[in-house]
Write a protein of this length. Structure first.
Length: 226
């Protein structure tokens, strides 16, 4: 399989961090340009940043070509915006063994997963707030989970939920690819759980039930035990 190696600098401004690719991979490798998100198209590639391998896409902007670099790649590589890095790029092939899901399809699947866990909880219901689904407990309607889909262009599909004191720091420190400190509610101890990363159903259910217990009335918590 053809590949190319080059040096690049990590830059912001492309709904996240990206680095410039010194050629057009669609032209060089005769690859199709596909939809990778709402109003966004690019070429699917396999990439290595220093010694971290990942699947991504190259998008065109202002007649230049940019490799999108996810936050998790930066965390795994220990790199940050402004750093110079070594990139190896190759086509993922057609069809790709690891096709990229569009955020729309990925978000829809993640939301259905959340609903399957939250709807059976006692007097749990869903309500749209701030343009996103939230899950609430009982007549007071306290929120115990908020769905987040590419909030402010952060590229994450996630659920935000309250957690006991100290849990946020422990989880983010132990697995920053899955857990993060969310904006606005993060200072209150809430955790962000990425649903576009691997997290077992049992673990996700445990976090959401814990969040539910933190806001639900005592009578609802008793029903959850039974």
């Amino acid at each position: 399989m053809p590949s190319a190696r080059f040096r690049a600098t990590l830059l912001s401004g492309h709904k996240g961090v990206a680095c410039e690719v010194p050629f057009d991979p669609a032209e060089r490798w005769s690859l199709p340009v596909v939809t990778i998100g709402p109003r966004r198209r690019g070429v699917e590639v396999a990439a290595t940043l220093d010694d971290v391998s990942f699947d991504s896409a190259v998008v065109a902007r202002s007649r230049r070509h940019w490799l999108l670099v996810d936050d998790s790649v930066l965390q795994r590589s220990g790199r940050k915006e402004g750093d110079a890095v070594s990139i190896v790029l190759a086509p993922r092939g057609a069809p790709s063994k690891h096709p990229m899901k569009t955020p729309a399809s990925q978000a829809a699947s993640a939301l259905e997963r959340l609903r399957a866990i939250c709807q059976p909880l006692p007097e749990s219901y869903e309500k749209i707030a701030w343009g996103s689904p939230t899950f609430r407990a009982g007549v007071k309607g306290k929120i115990y989970a908020m769905f987040s889909d590419d909030h402010h262009g952060d590229g994450r599909v996630a659920v935000l939920c309250p957690a006991p004191e100290g849990v946020q720091r422990e989880l983010v420190g132990s697995d920053p690819e899955v857990f993060f400190v969310p904006p606005y509610v993060g200072p209150a101890g809430w955790i962000g759980i990425r649903l576009d990363r691997k997290i077992a159903d049992g673990a996700l259910t445990a976090f959401l039930e814990q969040a539910y217990r933190m806001v639900a009335a005592p009578r609802l918590r008793e029903r959850l035990k039974s």
